[in-house]
Design a protein around this ligand. Structure first.
Ligand code: NAD
Length: 471
């Protein structure tokens, strides 16, 4: 495990240094990972550059066949990988299955996309002309990923990137280098992907991520992670006039209007705020509730939160596992919960922890100036802010970066109207975290396609779908 995968070979990092990977629930060692640095990144980018023309020159069905074989390889290891994800990320089984399953599905989807459409016929500006656009690969993609869903967040870039003829240098998060990096390299090796097509350089963000983001041999930096690091990466890319694609965090909102089905909203809130201990970019970080239903809603989420079991995911008896690290726990507790309580918020349940195991926490009387409202929490906390009206709810919601919001009302047309006014990447009406499918996440990496590649302003409606299961 303590090797880098560069140019089709496993090699020791130039620094000779390795770091420890730990099982999050127990702290037990899982193995060691190589600490790559700028020299290793440079070698990987050179290998990717050299491999790219040959890889792009393959017929699309040949590239697709490699992807399908990678999918088959991972599918054959499904149980092993789910357990690895549970141990390395601290997620429960359902989260591990989701992560691994989505990663595999992404490979199949990209294999199809690569063989479907290579361009468009455009309406010409002048009569009598034929205007064609052709999709061509960008070149070398530098991919930097976070620790929360390491396999599928890497794969959602790696799979379409490879499918469309790009080559890749992947730098996974240092807390999850195995499921987020080594496993992909093993799949590449297993299917005989040509050397240099997929390279994996594990290491620290500053030592390996930063040089990758700034490397002039990288044609597109794809970064999933925090806003803070995203800002730095965008600045480095701008200095080199290179494109960058950022998937960052958000302060997502969960609106409960006066005519909501409170029990349904409370069930969905458990998923929205507590899935993987709230450590997802789409977690609901603010519950904005109209006064008419505030009391029963708070009672309903408190009752549900109290019933949840926190423990080692491998025991099979936990609804929530540990937080990813002490730093993350301290961020949640010291910079969000404690200061918000000091400013007047009340703890209805939770607010305590044992090691990395943080009790699901309901905070009430949260006001818009508190960190529980203004910050992405990334932990198992449901802060409730009471408002008087729908208008006030919308006004309070907007103005923050948001990926995925929910609105609860028994009047579907009202839900649609409110959803349209929320400035989020996606809005659910009467649901939470309904899976939009890996196919929605990436269209592929080509010079033409990446430019317009945005999350759709509004994905509606989720109201037709069955509501998420209550935990
Ligand atoms: P992070 O920004 O700390 O780290 C992400 C990756 O960047 C890691 O691989 C890290 O090693 C690397 N990195 C750190 N410093 C770097 C630097 N200076 N230069 C280059 N690379 C560097 O984020 P995290 O703590 O791993 O993840 C949590 C954040 O990710 C949250 O804000 C969450 O919302 C966001 N996220 C977003 C999505 C999405 O799809 N939008 C998905 C998951 C997570």
């Amino acid at each position: 495990m303590s090797l880098l995968y560069i140019d089709g070979t496993w090699r020791a990092p130039a620094s000779g240094r390795t770091g420890m990977v730990r099982e999050k629930a127990t702290g037990a060692p899982l193995g060691r990972y190589a600490m790559g640095d700028a020299g290793d990144v440079d070698a990987a980018v050179r290998a990717a550059r050299a491999a790219q023309p040959g890889w792009a020159a393959l017929a699309a069905p040949e590239r697709a066949a490699y992807l399908r074989r990678m999918a088959d390889h991972l599918q054959g290891r499904f149980e092993e990988l789910v357990t690895l994800s549970m141990r390395e990320t601290g997620g429960v089984r359902a989260k591990g299955e989701d992560e691994v399953g989505t990663g595999i599905r992404q490979l199949h989807i990209s294999a199809v996309q690569a063989t479907e459409n290579a361009g468009d016929i455009l309406p010409p500006y002048k009569a009598g002309k034929l205007s064609l656009s052709r999709a061509v690969p960008l070149g070398v993609l530098g991919v930097i990923t976070p620790w929360n869903y390491p396999l599928n967040l890497a794969m959602r870039v790696v799979a379409p990137g490879l499918a469309f003829g790009n080559t890749i240098v992947l730098k996974p998060a240092e807390l999850t280098p195995v499921i987020g990096g080594q496993v992909l390299a093993e799949a590449a090796e297993h299917v005989g992907l040509p050397p240099g097509v997929l390279n994996v350089v594990t290491g620290e963000g500053v030592d390996a991520g930063r040089p990758l983001a700034a490397h002039p041999g990288v044609d597109l930096v794809d970064f999933t992670g925090s806003r803070q690091v995203g800002l730095e990466i965008a600045a480095a890319a701008a200095a080199g006039l290179r494109p960058v694609r950022l998937e960052l965090g958000g302060d997502n909102a969960f609106l409960v209007l006066d005519d909501a089905d409170v029990e349904l909203a409370a069930s969905c809130a458990m998923i929205a705020s507590l899935e993987f201990q709230g450590q997802t970019c789409i977690s609901s970080s603010r519950h904005i509730v109209t006064r008419a239903v505030a009391r029963p809603y708070i009672a309903a989420i408190t009752r549900r939160a109290e019933a949840l079991r926190v423990g080692d995911p491998l025991s099979g008896e936990a609804d929530l596992g540990p937080l990813i690290s002490e730093a993350q726990r301290d961020r949640v507790h010291r910079t969000i919960v404690e200061p918000s309580v000091a400013m007047g918020a009340r703890i209805a349940t939770g607010g305590t922890f044992d090691g990395l195991f943080y009790r699901p926490t309901v905070l009430t009387e949260v006001t818009p100036d508190m960190p529980a409202f203004t910050e992405e929490i990334f932990g198992p906390v449901l802060p409730v802010t009471v408002v008087e009206s729908e208008e006030e709810a919308i006004a309070l919601t907007n103005g923050y970066p948001m990926l995925m919001n929910s609105v609860f009302t028994q009047d579907l047309m009202r839900g649609m109207r409110v959803a349209e006014r929320l400035q989020a990447g996606e809005v659910h009406v009467n649901d939470a975290h309904a899976r939009h499918g890996a196919e929605d996440q990436m269209a592929g990496f080509t010079k033409r396609q990446w430019i317009g590649l945005q999350r759709t302003p509004l994905t509606l409606p989720a109201w037709a779908a069955a509501p998420s299961d209550a935990r």
